[in-house]
Design a binder for this molecule. Structure first.
Ligand SMILES: N[C@@H](CCC(=O)N[C@@H](CS)C(=O)NCC(=O)O)C(=O)O
Length: 346
């Protein structure tokens, strides 16, 4: 056990060093002060790690264009840095290889329905720069089992993907409640869904958003029941490597800019009607005064480009999440009873 932890941490330190060198290689002394920003500018493209197979988050449409909340979060960052939301290369990652891909520099940014936890920040050398979806672990069962609550799953087999915080959340909840379960660990998404449908496990557990979508798209949806409990907090969001504070700032404030735009009713459609606004914060947001972009190492029009090309947070939510039938819930803005809150842009 001890040996495996040691081997793992040596491996991790090694791959992080390689990632840092890789990223630094593209930047030079006269760069922006951010190796990641310099590398993105030099190649003219943001390389963004996504799931690539999760409806609502990242899934190619019939034209092969990556769609979803995570895909649009990547586009936000490309628009902020390069002025063009389309300059993104999407790299599909699994739940198990996503962190090494970010650590090693294979991707600049990870937005892959990934939960913010202490371990992922403190042990993996990563930072969460924004939460684009406050989610939670839930359970799906077959109606025929008669199970109506997670507490009735004592002794059950539960299908869960390895390397996820879902696994850890179930462990915690079952321990607290004196329940036992057997995890059936399956990496591949269609395989795990097939395993659940064919009865290899009594329940299927992951982020509630995914279970709701999965259920809604099944011909047998009326035979499937989403249990009422949400047993954990799963804040999903934008992840960057530690050690590049400038890039972290940029990602975080780009996400905040999408919230500030929504809060002030600025959308992709009406943004140009604010060109003569006298509201100080909006003038700063739109790059009319204040050098906010400059402070972040990008153009002062960075937030304008993001909102004009991708939309404010609410537009992105509606386009990707409302359409799959999931309500905004706690992801509403703070002044509408939700958790989405941006500090002042000044
Ligand atoms: N948010 C959790 C769970 C992530 C997770 O399980 N994602 C699943 C369902 S949303 C997924 O991406 N499945 C697609 C795949 O792995 O191919 C975490 O960060 O560990």
């Amino acid at each position: 056990m001890l040996l495996s932890i040691l081997v793992r941490s040596v491996f991790m330190a090694g791959s992080m060093l390689a990632g840092a060198l890789l990223a630094a290689g593209a930047g030079h002394a006269q760069g922006s002060g951010s190796a990641t920003l310099d590398a993105i500018r030099a190649r003219g493209q943001l390389v963004c790690g996504v799931a690539g197979n999760v409806p609502g988050f990242a899934l190619p449409d019939s034209q092969g264009v990556m769609r979803g909340l995570d895909a649009d979060s990547c586009r936000n960052i490309a628009a902020a840095i390069l002025g063009d939301a389309n300059k993104v290369k999407f790299v599909p990652l699994t739940t198990t290889n996503r962190f090494t891909a970010l650590q090693s520099g294979e991707v600049d940014l990870l937005v892959r329905d990934t939960t913010w936890t202490l371990g992922r920040e403190a042990n993996l050398g990563l930072l969460f720069a924004g939460v684009n979806y406050y989610d939670g672990t839930a359970f799906l069962v077959k109606k025929a089992t008669g199970v109506k609550s997670v507490k009735e799953l004592d002794g059950a087999t539960i299908c869960v993907q390895p390397g996820t915080s879902t696994e850890l959340a179930i462990d915690d909840y079952f321990r607290v409640n004196g329940l036992k379960f057997t995890p059936i660990l399956i990496q591949d998404l269609s395989e795990i869904q097939g395993a659940f449908l064919s009865g290899r496990c009594d329940a299927y557990s992951t982020d509630g958003s995914q279970l709701a979508t999965f259920r809604a798209t099944q011909p047998s949806k009326n035979d499937l029941v989403l249990l009422p409990e949400t047993i954990s907090k799963e804040p999903l969001g934008y992840v960057v490597r530690k050690g590049d504070d400038k890039f972290f700032d940029l990602v975080r404030w780009t996400y905040f800019a999408t919230l500030i735009a929504e809060e002030n009713g600025i959308t992709s459609k009406n943004i140009d009607s604010f060109a003569a606004t006298k509201v100080p914060e909006l003038r700063r947001l739109l790059g009319l005064e204040g050098d906010m972009g400059k402070a972040l190492g990008v153009d002062n029009k960075f937030a304008y480009n993001v909102v004009k090309q991708v939309g404010n947070f609410g537009e992105t939510w509606d386009r990707n999440i409302t359409v799959i039938g999931v309500p905004r819930g706690i992801n509403a803005l703070w002044n509408k009873g939700g958790l989405q809150y941006a500090p002042p842009m000044r």
